[in-house]
Design a protein around this ligand. Sequence first.
Ligand SMILES: *Cc1c(COP(=O)(O)O)cnc(C)c1O
Length: 346
Amino acid sequence: MEQPLYSDLENRLARYGRVGLANLPTPLQPLKRLTEHLGGPQLWVKREDCTGLGFGGNKLRKLDYVLREALDAGADTLVSGGVVQSNSQRQVAAVAAKLGLECHLAVYHGRLKPPTPEYETSGNVLLNKLFGAQLHHVPWTGDRNLAIRTLAEKLSNEGRRPYVVPYGVSNGLGAIGYATTVLEIARQSQACGFAPRAVAHCSGSGGTQAGLVVGAALAMPNTDIVGIDIDAEPDRVRADVLRYGAEAAEMLGTSFSNERVEVVAGHAGPAYGVPHDATIEAIRLAGRLEALVLDPVYSGKGLAGLIAMIRSGRWTRDDHIVFVHTGGEPALFAYGSALLSSADGA
Ligand SMILES: *Cc1c(COP(=O)(O)O)cnc(C)c1O
């Protein structure tokens, strides 16, 4: 029998070990009612919110590979960071608890004004504390990794063996971890009898898109990877996708083509972390039609962007499009009072 196209990617990925933290493969499911509501294309969802540990999300897949390196290096402490409601640091806190490592997080304040009274205490903040992470509050300066590195140095001087998990778990190794998603989508879509025209997702620190682009170049060359900027910084997102993608491609012994990187601007709303009408509409549609829980910072904006692209006529009714649900549900509760008034309304 002929080898499937994805075996090359599979063989290259096999050189890297994973810890086994994430529940994989995640399901690929049809979104029949949303498809009908929009009049096509044929929509599917890749449930990266179902990776399991500590409420799951897309960072666990990257952490599965990054943490292999941390354990091999004999680390006893994980150091990472993010904004107050970061899903990334919550997933780092979860894996630290599971592996019995200490966890220190630089919590950035001031990237956005707290949108609700519960923003500082609910959702991911509550979970970080539940998982036993130690929170270090620092001002947001725009440099995503400086305070994390400073914290790691301090812990190292105190005699710990810290391992730095970068902001968003985005680096070359994280992108390699994320390329495994392509392997799963290739297998699952083949089993369901379709070839995706595009895989769409929201893009922030860039590692997710970098992994998808590197993986798709090898295993799904006819599928577009459409990254929807939710940071309101499309040029910065694109630059980071190129950087981590090139690193991952080199580590996998393959080439990286900048032309395959599509970062779509214009759907981030007024600013990072601030939901707007299109986001709220997307969250409501996904809830009412599919019982799919999206969040106002990432996946809700991602679906809002995808819906706008569908309405602009990019695809035909018969195209198959995979939306990657990257997770983030806990943040929904930190935005509850900002969303409730509009969710009540219709
Ligand atoms: C981090 C995150 C993203 C973006 O992934 P990047 O690899 O940072 O681009 C998307 N959705 C959710 C829910 C996230 O937490």
